[in-house]
Design a protein around this ligand. Structure first.
Ligand code: FAD
Length: 387
């Protein structure tokens, strides 16, 4: 067992950290508050090859795995720039296409995802179905050679920045009532696809949308994969990378908060000569949060290693546990940091309270803590399903 990164992974970590710090949390918040996107950071990360680290080299990527992409997600977040679209575009969409897309789809989409010039977002959540994907109501119906899509999606991140949405639909012939999902690459400017922006209490340069699909016509080659049978494995292919990278983003955010607050508590003195960090009432909660973040990082490393070794089932368990652990640790770290910063914790200047909404959302999305506990209870502990 080794806990060391390879020299290349170490270099990647240092380089991404340097890039993230050059932009920093101030840039991230400024963009969010101006209603703008982190276009410059995304473009530079793309040019430097960081967005395509996990994409095969023949399609312009770095040929690495989810371990490398998790490093990118964690280090940018640790620099105060938790970019949710890393989880959606390079982690979910690129993996789904690399593993299950047709050769034509891989050639057409992966180079743009790798260099950051294109983004593909992911739409599975629906108002009526929520956590229960078996109730998906978005239907894809054949019409000649084309497909017609109808349905509603909610909380879809980054639609305003993307060229395509990877839409999870139910194929109409699944009359058994069992979910037979199919994935479609739908251009964001397709006729019949409309959106409305959701007002979210998250300081983020990335937005969430309600999507309305009303007779959206797409050609046969918009279906991901060679046939309808590719749908289910393609959908599952995106889940492990999603959980591992979102966990990495959470761990990075936790590190960022702990670093910010530790600098402050080590030097702030309000009781004579001692720093507030010398008081155990302040230091222990911070140390506890640091332990939780570090434990989450270990689980992320395990999950990414298993995934990159092709051990998908084990990676599924580890990835879910990593996501749970990192979601809890990030929320704890940010909340604890705000408390130890006192009034400064609630200011924009100290750049920690600005993350409260994001880490809170990290316990709900992309899969809630309760659904992970259900998964662990059933698949690891052998308990009956209650729903
Ligand atoms: C910031 C953000 C970004 C997002 N981006 C995307 C995106 O890009 N694409 C996308 O498709 N979706 C996205 N989502 C949606 C996200 O994946 C869902 O919000 C999440 O899966 C939960 O679904 P829901 O909101 O419908 O909650 P519900 O399913 O309504 O659940 C509500 C509550 O009940 C609990 N619950 C439900 N069922 C059970 C059960 N059986 N046992 C125990 N507890 C249960 C849940 O854990 C949750 O706490 C995003 C959400 C947020 C907040």
């Amino acid at each position: 067992m080794t806990f060391d990164l390879t020299p290349e992974q170490d270099q990647l970590r240092d380089a991404v950290r340097a890039l993230g710090r050059r932009y920093g949390h101030g840039y991230f918040v400024e963009k969010a508050k101006a209603g703008e996107h982190t276009t410059e950071l995304w473009a530079e990360a793309g040019r430097l090859g960081y967005l395509g680290v996990n994409i095969p080299t023949e399609y312009g990527g770095g040929g690495g795995g989810i371990t490398e992409l998790a490093i990118v997600c964690e280090e940018l977040a640790a620099a105060g720039c938790p970019l949710l679209l890393l989880v959606v575009s390079p982690a979910i969409a690129a993996t789904v296409l690399a593993r299950h897309g047709t050769e034509e789809q891989r050639k057409r989409h992966l180079p743009g995802l790798a260099d950051g010039s294109a983004k593909i977002v992911f739409a599975i959540t629906e108002p009526e179905a929520g956590s229960n994907f078996h109730r998906l109501g978005t239907v894809a119906r054949r019409d000649g050679d084309d497909w017609l899509l109808n349905g509603r999606k909610c909380y879809i991140s980054g639609v305003d920045e993307a060229g395509h949405v990877l839409v999870v639909a139910r194929t109409e012939d699944s009359s058994t009532g069992k979910l037979k999902p199919a994935l479609f690459l739908v251009p964001t400017d397709a006729a019949g696809l409309t959106r409305s922006k959701l007002d979210m209490e998250i300081v983020s340069p990335e937005n969430q949308f309600l999507l309305y699909l009303d007779d959206v016509r797409v050609p046969a080659d918009a279906l991901v994969g060679e046939s309808l049978d590719a749908g289910l494995p393609a959908l599952f292919a995106g889940l492990n990378p999603e959980r591992i990278t979102v966990a990495a983003m959470g761990a990075g955010t936790g590190r960022y908060a702990i670093e910010r607050v530790s600098e402050y508590t080590a030097t702030r003195k309000v009781w004579g000569g001692r720093s507030i960090g010398s008081h155990q009432g302040v230091a222990h909660p911070l140390a506890h949060a640091a332990v939780q973040v570090e434990l989450a990082r270990l689980m992320i490393q395990k999950a990414a290693t298993l995934y990159d070794a092709g051990r998908d089932l084990e990676a599924g368990v580890a990835g879910n546990m990593a996501k749970y652990a990192a979601g809890e640790a990030a929320a704890l770290a940010v909340d604890t940091a705000v408390q130890a910063l006192g009034g400064a914790g609630m200011t924009t200047e100290y750049g920690v309270a600005t993350l409260l909404g994001a880490v809170r959302a990290g316990r709900i999305a992309p899969v809630s803590r309760e659904m992970i506990l259900n998964f662990v209870a059933q698949h690891v502990l052998g308990q009956d399903k209650s729903y």
